[in-house]
Design a protein around this ligand. Structure first.
Ligand SMILES: Nc1nc2c(c(=O)[nH]1)N[C@H]1C(S)=C(S)[C@@H](COP(=O)(O)OP(=O)(O)OC[C@H]3O[C@@H](n4cnc5c(=O)[nH]c(N)nc54)[C@H](O)[C@@H]3O)O[C@H]1N2
Ligand SMILES: Nc1nc2c(c(=O)[nH]1)N[C@H]1C(S)=C(S)[C@@H](COP(=O)(O)OP(=O)(O)OC[C@H]3O[C@@H](n4cnc5c(=O)[nH]c(N)nc54)[C@H](O)[C@@H]3O)O[C@H]1N2
Ligand code: SF4
Ligand SMILES: [Mo]
Length: 806
């Protein structure tokens, strides 16, 4: 189909002259000048000089909040230009420098060009090229012998968001590494109250809703970089009169575009929220109607045990394996106080119960959640919060008043306090703040992470290719972040993307563990840091290469986008689908994999639960310009518009029974484990903030020459912290702690909070002066984490370091 979209086939001589003139200086036309001086150049040159040229379209990355549809010009088989596609909703006809730079990046020195087999020590980066047949035969044989010896789940398959390896784990019956401990810090605390968000705090309406907010309070996100193509939404809201306030330790890009920046001590977001909650309670600013009707604030708690009282004891599962369903709130109701009679009744019998009161239920002293909250909040005054956060008490108080008045949006992040050990407490406190002010489920009021797909769009539901019934990934008893530390049955790993360097903290330990595995295979278009620990590296195609007219179909950002073949696979790279098919065929499993990617695309569309999607085909979308916008996207996407939450009770469930052993049934302040450790701080006085940057998507684009001109890995320090260490911008510094070290250049930057250092995450050893950022990051997984929705979060930024001139 890409051929039919050719904009220009053979050129006439006249056409060629015009083009050559217009494009003077463009690579590929070198030689034009000398030809002009040669005799009779018009005659022999014309036939060969007409380049074959066509345009094809593909979606780009999803992890940057973009998934931009890009129109790519191919001339004589080489991709020479990448532009916005210009089809579909105008809001999404975007591109950034990362997309534009792909014309060089996909041909760049970072590509893995052939299958590679390790010859040196693991980690040494020494490999020799081998043929695809050798590589696939040997990998298939290793999979077979390992699974025969240790069971099917002895292989772990892990794939990054950008990889297309969905068949591999189910087909092998491999484990997939359980929870990954990434981006779940805040959601762990927020989502149980909301009833959705999946642990990622993706429970916000789309950001166009901000135009209807009076206050947009951003805490711990820098979406003006981390959702680059959606930044217009921020400015639309600002123009519409929303008060944009950003709370961030550093003067981030988003802070700099906001009406106000409120600097905060890192890792203290929970204290800010707790202080605001107290101020709202103390000044009678709480929305009692919302709390009574739409939250569990009126529910009764047993004063002795701290557990919510239910009609009868919950039936515990007889044995874990049987996994008996717990009773629903209808079958086993909670108790509330009827405001008219003052008696305890089932919550199902009273729509607007009293939010305050004490009573007796079956001889037990009972008190409402609200009363427990009010009592527990007493120590968390605004003065207390000011002490912890470094924000003046008056500003916390006025912010609380403005937030309570509403409608207010609370925009949280994945890159701020999320990456710290106390992140769940901040998420839980945010939920309480939202509930006591009713700032949710109405125009201009929402809470959650507004980055990426949640930021600005509808996500159409796609279907899936039906797998054979006996294809299923194995359960993962131990999550990836615990693999180095806990007994498990993982003997070998297939990593699609860079798991070793990018998905675990404290890399020296990760590498010691990786070295214990029987074999590691990495599948990636690029030679990554983690790939060095592999025994085999298999080169994948980039988004721009395919071996069929269509590669894949994706949904998000209010449209369906497709991947057309732009060019043939480069070097010896093969598509992710081809690699899976070849492995399957060597293992006798080929029948379960689609014969062609076009079949798969059309199955993904036709099996959608949304009728307008199921009627589409990839060919139809291609004819439409490779983009199919969501119908009715003019209407701002809302969540819980009726304020009925998708929780078991339909209310915001703020009281976490399960956290009683940790005294976190309601959010209680706990500082971060590492950065608040005063004795450690005496040794390593600087907190290391990890954030994302517009110049990169995680470890991607390091090897892009164009982007290297803009940025190379460096640490940014406040000028005062530079001066006290005798450092000057441009110095090479050693960043170190007990876990390890790396070396990069340092730069003074007033935007950085004194006592903190900022680095853009994924600083990988091939592009630093020496070593990997991950050598120093904190791998502490707190005990409470294992009882949270998505397991503990990896606290990459709860890290202390010292820095000295190298
Ligand atoms: N120290 C520290 N570490 C962190 C973080 C931090 O803040 N600090 N942040 C964490 C966060 S939030 C996240 S989400 C993770 C993200 O880390 P990753 O999951 O690693 O990031 P991605 O950008 O999704 O994946 C990129 C990898 O996929 C490869 N890739 C791209 N396209 C394809 C393809 O089509 N096929 C295949 N096979 N591979 C492809 C790229 O070459 C690259 O190696 O990093 C985490 N790591
Ligand atoms: N260009 C680009 N875009 C991306 C990505 C990328 O790699 N590149 N990655 C994507 C992914 S996987 C993710 S998870 C998202 C993350 O997107 P965001 O959640 O926006 O995370 P960051 O961009 O890292 O910004 C985090 C901000 O929080 C601040 N911060 C640090 N510590 C604290 C704290 O304790 N409290 C508060 N209040 N603020 C703090 C930092 O200074 C920074 O400004 O971005 C996505 N978008
Ligand atoms: S990297 Fe840039 S061009 Fe590519 S999808 Fe993201 S924002 Fe769009
Ligand atoms: Mo992330």
């Amino acid at each position: 189909m890409t051929e039919s979209s050719s904009t220009r086939g053979r050129l006439t001589r006249r056409g060629f002259l015009k083009t050559a003139g217009a494009a003077a200086g463009v690579a590929g036309l070198a030689g034009v000048a000398s030809m002009a001086t040669a005799d009779g150049w018009l005659a022999p040159a014309s036939a060969e000089a007409a380049p074959e040229e066509h345009v094809a379209r593909t979606y780009h990355q999803s992890h940057c909040g973009g998934m931009c549809s890009l129109a790519c010009t191919v001339r004589d088989g080489r991709m020479v230009k990448v532009q916005p596609n210009g089809v579909g909703n105008p809001d999404f006809q975007t591109i950034c420098l990362k997309g534009i730079s792909e014309v060089a990046h996909i041909y760049g020195k970072g590509r893995v060009q052939t299958p590679l087999k390790r010859v040196g020590e693991r980690g040494s980066g020494q490999f020799e090229p081998i043929s695809w047949d050798e590589a696939l035969d040997e990998v298939a044989e290793l999979i077979k012998t390992t699974q025969d010896a240790y069971g099917r789940d002895s292989i772990m398959v892990l794939a990054t968001a950008e990889a297309d390896f969905g068949f591999l784990a189910p087909m092998l019956g491999a484990q997939t590494g359980g929870f990954d401990g990434i981006d779940v810090g805040t959601g762990n605390g927020l989502d149980p109250a909301m009833g959705f968000g999946a642990g990622y705090a993706m429970c916000a309406p789309e950001a166009r809703d901000w135009q209807r907010s009076k206050l947009v309070l951003t805490v711990g996100s820098n979406y003006c970089e981390s959702s680059l193509p959606n930044v217009f939404t921020f400015f639309d809201a600002k123009e519409a009169g929303a008060h944009m306030v950003t709370v961030d330790p550093h003067y981030s890009t988003t802070a700099s575009k906001s009406d106000e920046w409120i600097p905060i001590e890192p890792g203290t977001d929970a204290a800010l929220f707790l202080g605001m909650i107290s101020h709202i309670i103390d000044n009678d600013l709480a929305d009692e109607d919302f709390m009574a009707q739409h939250s569990t604030m009126p529910f009764l708690v047993d004063a002795e045990t701290g557990l919510l009282i239910r009609d009868h004891e919950e039936i515990a599962p007889v044995d874990e394996a049987a996994e008996a369903e717990p009773e629903t709130p209808e079958q086993n109701p909670y108790f509330v106080i009827d405001p008219v009679t003052g008696n305890p009744v089932h919550h199902t019998q009273c729509d607007t119960p009293a939010i305050s009161g004490t009573t007796q239920v079956r001889g037990r002293n009972a008190v409402t959640v609200w009363d427990v909250l009010v009592e527990g909040q007493k120590p968390y005054t605004v003065d207390w919060a000011a002490e912890i956060t470094g924000i003046p008490a008056e500003r916390i108080a006025s912010l609380a008043e403005e937030y309570a008045e509403g409608p207010s949006s609370l925009a949280l992040g994945w890159g701020g306090n999320d990456k710290m050990t106390n992140a769940d407490i901040a998420g839980h406190a945010a939920a309480v703040l939202v509930a006591i002010t009713g700032n949710v489920g109405k125009p201009g009021a929402g809470v959650g992470v507004y980055v990426g797909q949640s930021y600005n769009s509808y996500a159409p539901a796609l279907g899936a290719w039906a797998l054979p019934e006996d294809w299923a990934a194995a359960a993962s008893e131990v999550s990836i972040y615990d693999m180095p530390y806990r007994e498990n049955n993982c003997h070998a790993a297939i990593f699609c993307g860079d798991i070793v360097a990018q998905h675990l903290a404290n890399m020296n330990v990760t590498c010691d563990w990786a070295d214990t595995l029987d074999f590691i295979v990495t599948m990636d278009p690029y030679f990554t840091e983690g790939a060095k620990w592999s025994d085999y590296i298999l080169p994948c195609t980039s988004r721009f290469e395919y071996d069929e007219p269509f590669g894949n179909v994706k949904a998000g950002y209010s449209q369906i986008v497709i991947q057309e073949k732009i060019i043939d696979p480069l070097f010896e790279a093969r598509t992710d689908l081809w690699i899976q098919r070849e492995l399957a065929s060597r293992l006798g499993l080929k029948a379960g994999i689609p014969e062609s990617s076009v079949d798969r695309c059309n199955a993904i569309l036709s099996t959608s639960t949304e009728p307008w999607v199921s009627e589409l085909t990839v060919e139809k979308i291609s004819e439409n310009g490779a983009v199919w916008p969501v119908p009715d996207r003019e209407v701002i996407r809302e969540v819980v518009p009726d304020q009925v939450f998708p929780t078991p009770t339909g209310r915001m469930e703020l009281y976490y029974d399960g956290m009683v052993p940790f005294d976190q049934q309601l959010p209680q302040w706990e500082p971060c484990t590492e950065i608040a450790d005063e004795s450690l701080r005496a040794q390593f006085p600087l907190q290391l903030t990890n954030t994302r940057t517009r110049f990169r998507i995680h470890n991607q684009f390091y090897d892009s020459d164009w982007l290297q001109l803009m940025y190379e890995p460096l640490v940014m320090l406040n000028p005062a912290d530079m001066a006290s260490r005798g450092l000057e911008t441009g110095d090479v510094v050693r960043v170190f702690n007990d876990r390890g070290e790396f070396k990069v250049h340092a730069a003074a930057n007033n935007a950085i909070r004194p006592g903190s250092v900022r680095i853009y995450e994924a600083a990988t050893a091939d592009y630093t002066v020496a070593g990997n950022l991950q050598n120093v990051t904190n791998n502490t997984m707190i005990e409470r984490g294992y009882d949270l929705m998505c397991g503990p979060v990896i606290p990459f930024s709860d890290t202390l370091v010292e820095i000295e001139k190298a």
